[in-house]
Ligand binder design. Structure first.
Ligand code: C5P
Length: 270
């Protein structure tokens, strides 16, 4: 019997870096949501592990223990054939391998989400795969119900960014967290106004590693009807928010016509 799973793109609407632990890991405070675009996986139990990768971003993806899918299956004590359809750019700040690992633990695992931390800091929130506030090093999660539905364009210039390098460029580690209680949001306008006052503390360090990210943000900001723009995770994917899916779709079309080498995708976030 084959089981299918979806590994949605993870978007950090905010990413505040609030401290650094003695082991070097950073403490975060991040409002994280998930897109209706992502990778797909199919699982068929067998005696041995085997991983096949296809899809637009299959090139260069390892098909052995280096792949987080493999490691998540091992952690779950599951063996078999996995087909991974890689639709998301890797090294892109939108989950990639972490979301794939999260999908494995959801589909064939039965352990608490925080066990996923062994595989990566973003894995527990990706096991949850719904709007959450993530703090600690990614191990403290609380669901954030009642967010307005958001419409976005995701854009990636094709420059993979190594997360440790970005953290290294961050000079100030003790930045303010988000407010203790998040406000109640009546609609998208109030939410976007609040969001615009929050930050991704990794954005400027990432731009210093990959200046193309700065270009993407400038171009996104200039799209018709764009409400706000920011980078996700440690980059290089950035997002712009819109009031409707139709606006996001037409902005995505305009953007991919102008920048045919970029990965551009409209989506709904929840
Ligand atoms: O856990 P993950 O493999 O995604 O993290 C990649 C790297 O990013 C870590 O090795 C670490 O250098 C950095 N990182 C960090 N603090 C976090 C998450 C990641 O310093 N909370």
């Amino acid at each position: 019997m084959t089981v299918e799973a979806f590994a949605p793109a993870k978007i950090n609407l905010t990413l505040h870096v609030t401290d650094q632990r003695v082991d070097g890991y950073h403490l975060l405070d991040s409002l994280t949501v998930f897109a209706d675009v992502g990778d797909r996986l199919w699982f068929s139990p067998r005696k041995a592990m085997h991983l096949d990768v296809d899809g637009p971003f299959a090139s260069g993806v390892p098909v052995d223990q280096r792949n987080l899918v493999w490691r998540a299956a091992e952690l779950a004590g599951w063996r078999g054939h996995v087909r991974l359809e890689k639709n998301l750019p890797h090294g892109g700040g939108i989950g990639g391998g972490s979301s794939d690992a999260g999908a494995v633990l959801r589909a064939v695992g039965s352990m608490p989400a925080d066990r996923g931390l062994q595989i990566g800091a973003d894995v527990p929130v990706c096991v949850m795969a719904r709007a959450a506030r993530m703090s600690g090093v990614g191990d403290h999660l609380s669901a954030v119900p009642g967010l307005p539905e958001l419409f976005a364009v995701l854009a990636n210039p094709g420059v993979p960014v190594a997360t440790p390098q970005v953290f290294k460029r961050l000079k100030k580690k003790d930045n303010p967290a988000m407010a203790h209680s998040l406000p109640r949001f009546a609609g998208i306008t109030g939410f976007v106004d609040w969001l615009a006052q929050q930050r991704n503390d990794l954005q400027n360090p990432a731009i210093s590693v990959a200046p193309e990210i700065g270009t993407v943000l400038t171009v996104l900001r200039a799209l018709p009807n764009a409400l706000m723009t920011r980078m996700s995770g440690s980059g290089s994917t950035c997002f712009a928010l819109f009031g409707s899916r139709a606006q996001a779709a037409s902005a995505a079309k305009e953007l991919s016509d102008k920048h045919p080498t970029w990965w551009v995708q409209d989506c709904t976030l929840s």
